[in-house]
Design a protein around this ligand. Structure first.
Ligand SMILES: Nc1nc2c(ncn2[C@@H]2O[C@H](COP(=O)(O)OP(=O)(O)OP(=O)(O)O)[C@@H](O)[C@H]2O)c(=O)[nH]1
Length: 349
């Protein structure tokens, strides 16, 4: 019998810290262990792959990364995911482990089920499904239906709201998990963290592990080598969307994304202030990309998750690379693209 290649599936809501966790995993993987990475992004800018490739480590080898862009892995299982897996398995250089980072809007269940397709099942097994939870977003009630209208106490109760697309999607991601990483613990006080953890635990199947982390710093031996064969246990991982719609519709219909490019911007602080203002005014859930700051030799990576905007220079511009500012914007439907674009264009020079 051939040994199956273990695969870790990383899921979790937009901006929860999946890429950050993957980065940590790659940096701390046992020496000599060859890990292939499949990255699935919502939106048509390959920001996550670019950030990982920009890390410069030998563990983040670009040739070991495959990107499934502008799609949700769960909607494109047959068209994209299966062929990608087959191509990976056909490669001569063999991998010891595969890591799949799903988009923050992906429903994990169809992906898990895909591991039962005969051509996949013969060679690969799911080592474990890891769901990254954003402690800060949960503590702030960002999955509640109308944040502005609910007071702090009610927000706590509505953390795992069944009515909203966000809440349901998050529950589906929790129900699929073998392990939960409660991330961003640095942003939440300990009492609130206990509330967040209790709410999460209430949604889990018995036996699912929960670990807390900041910046994805977890003991990677806890993540790799779980040996769960999750694909054999799909019946115990129900999904709202599959139950309610017979798998026919996808929650991504509730979300929208677009990207825009600014040929030049005035300056860094003005850009970040413009982004912050735009996010607040238009309920943008997630914004990320790279900016060309006048006079800077490096590109500025921009990350916004809900109202929190951060930026750092991640790597020097490559010779010949167009120095422009490219951003992807993600939010619930309807996203007022024209107004958001006009607002962000105020940062243009
Ligand atoms: N303060 C804090 N920030 C974090 C932590 N983990 C991640 N971040 C930041 O949160 C932002 C989003 O992190 P990512 O790792 O890109 O999140 P993601 O889940 O991959 O995002 P999508 O792929 O867009 O869904 C980045 O700015 C990270 O630096 C954490 O534990 N604490």
């Amino acid at each position: 019998m051939t040994t199956k290649i273990p695969t870790t599936v990383i899921t979790g809501f937009l901006g929860a810290g999946k890429t950050t966790l993957v980065r940590h995993m790659l940096a701390h993987a046992p020496k000599g262990k060859r890990i292939a990475l499949i990255i699935n992004e919502f939106g048509d800018l390959g920001v996550d792959k670019d950030i990982l490739a920009g890390c410069g480590d030998e563990t983040c080898r670009e040739e070991d990364m495959v990107e499934l862009s502008n799609g949700c892995i769960c909607c494109t299982v047959a068209d994209e995911f299966i062929p990608t897996m087959q191509a990976l398995l056909a490669r001569e250089d063999k991998f010891d482990h595969i890591v799949i980072e799903t988009s923050g809007l992906a429903l994990p269940q169809p992906l898990i089920r895909a591991f039962n397709w005969p051509e996949i099942k013969a060679q690969v097994t799911i080592d474990g499904v890891v769901t990254v939870a954003d402690a800060a977003a949960l503590a702030e009630g960002r999955f509640a239906s109308d944040e502005a209208a609910v007071d702090a106490q009610r927000r706590q109760d509505e953390m795992l709201d069944h009515e909203t697309p966000l809440g349901e999607l998050f529950e589906d991601q929790l129900s699929a998990a073998d392990m939960i990483v409660i991330n961003k613990t640095d942003l939440v006080d300990p009492t609130m963290l206990d509330v967040v953890e209790a709410n999460i635990r209430a949604e889990l199947r018995p036996g699912v592990g929960v670990i807390r982390a900041a910046n994805g710093h977890v003991d990677i031996t806890a993540l790799l080598g779980m040996g769960m064969s999750s694909e054999d246990d799909i019946a115990n991982r129900p999904s709202h969307h599959e139950l309610e719609h017979g798998g026919e519709t996808h929650e991504h219909d509730d979300f929208d994304s677009f990207s825009l490019t600014l040929p030049s911007i005035q300056d860094k602080d003005h850009l970040l202030a413009t982004i912050e203002r735009t996010i607040k005014a238009h309920d943008v859930l997630r914004l990320k990309g790279f900016a060309a700051v006048p006079g800077a030799a490096a590109r500025l990576a921009i990350q916004a998750v809900g109202p929190r905007v951060t930026a750092y220079f991640d790597r020097p511009w490559k010779p010949g690379e167009p120095k422009v500012t490219s951003l992807v914007v993600i939010g619930e439907q309807p996203l007022d693209r024209a107004a958001i674009t006009a607002s962000l264009e105020q940062a243009a020079a």
